[in-house]
Design a protein around this ligand. Structure first.
Ligand SMILES: NC(=O)c1ccc[n+]([C@@H]2O[C@H](COP(=O)([O-])OP(=O)(O)OC[C@H]3O[C@@H](n4cnc5c(N)ncnc54)[C@H](O)[C@@H]3O)[C@@H](O)[C@H]2O)c1
Length: 245
């Protein structure tokens, strides 16, 4: 099936980690014909991903951004629109968690870090991109959710749960402008984010998987590509959860 993504412009946050979900999403979108803005706190990583997008024959732009800072977000969106004239697709993928700790041991700084990074940052990026999509009456937004209800990442999970609820409401607000908003829930994968997770937790998940392995970025990227495409034409505000248990 041709996803008809040729010449669309995508902005992907959290694109810098070379073992992360964002990296795989950028390369899959490029393979499908998108030009890609690769944005990350880690500029060197964003540059590497942008170079790989260019090697696939598509245009790319690497941007350093901290999504928790409105000035940096505004600069990123202005740079993307300045270069490409528009943003068709936004993938809110950046994510991080504070130290893994039971709730009772977490500090308020930990709470703020988790909520700023995994919820408010995405609100900031979405708010900056939406006017450009509304004026063109076209857009696709995919929010990357994540583990909810797991011990030691309670506030990260609360932020991710909030992102799902935001997805549902926003989808219903902006469908009238031709903007389709959905969320994806990746499975547990050995990305940059998970390197601190206890080895036993990863082994347990691997054992529980009926496919005999953990999730990998390449499992998620085609799902995002579908949600980013015009083939996703009658589905709004949904969470597509990857799971093999
Ligand atoms: N790995 C998993 O098991 C898993 C499971 C469920 C959900 N997720 C989600 O997948 C998404 C991608 O994470 P990943 O697992 O690929 O981890 P990763 O650490 O490999 O990639 C995350 C990227 O986000 C960037 N980032 C972090 N904070 C940022 C900020 N404030 N501004 C801009 N960029 C920032 C990091 O620099 C990094 O490049 C995240 O939203 C994460 O919560 C991951």
């Amino acid at each position: 099936m041709d996803l008809k993504l040729r010449d669309k412009v995508a902005l992907v946050t959290g694109a810098g980690s070379q073992i992360g979900y964002g990296h795989a999403i950028c390369l899959t979108l490029a393979e499908e014909g998108c030009d890609v803005v690769c944005a990350d706190l880690d500029y060197d990583g964003a540059v590497k991903t942008a170079q790989q997008v260019a090697a696939l024959g598509r245009q790319s732009l690497a941007v350093k951004v901290d999504i928790t800072r409105q000035d940096e977000v505004d600069r990123m969106v202005a740079g993307a629109v300045g270069k490409f004239g528009r943003i068709d697709i936004l993938v809110n993928n950046a994510g991080a968690s504070s130290a893994l700790r039971p709730f009772i041991e977490m500090t308020e700084d930990d709470w703020y870090f988790d909520i700023q990074t995994n919820l408010i940052g995405h609100l900031r990026v979405t708010r900056a991109v939406l006017p450009h999509m509304i004026s063109r009456r076209y857009g696709r937004i995919i929010n990357v959710s994540g583990g909810q209800g797991f011990p030691t990442i309670s506030i990260y999970g609360a932020a991710k749960g909030g992102l799902v609820q935001f997805t549902k409401a926003l989808a219903r607000e902006v469908a009238q402008y031709g903007i389709i908003v959905n969320a994806v829930g990746p499975g547990l994968a050995r990305t940059g984010l998970v390197w601190r997770a206890p080895k036993e937790m990863l082994e347990e998940e691997e054992k529980a998987s009926l496919l005999g392995r953990l999730c990998e970025p390449r499992d998620l990227a085609p799902v995002v590509a579908f949600l980013a495409s015009d083939r996703c034409s009658y589905m709004i505000g949904q969470l597509v959860q990857l799971s093999a248990t």
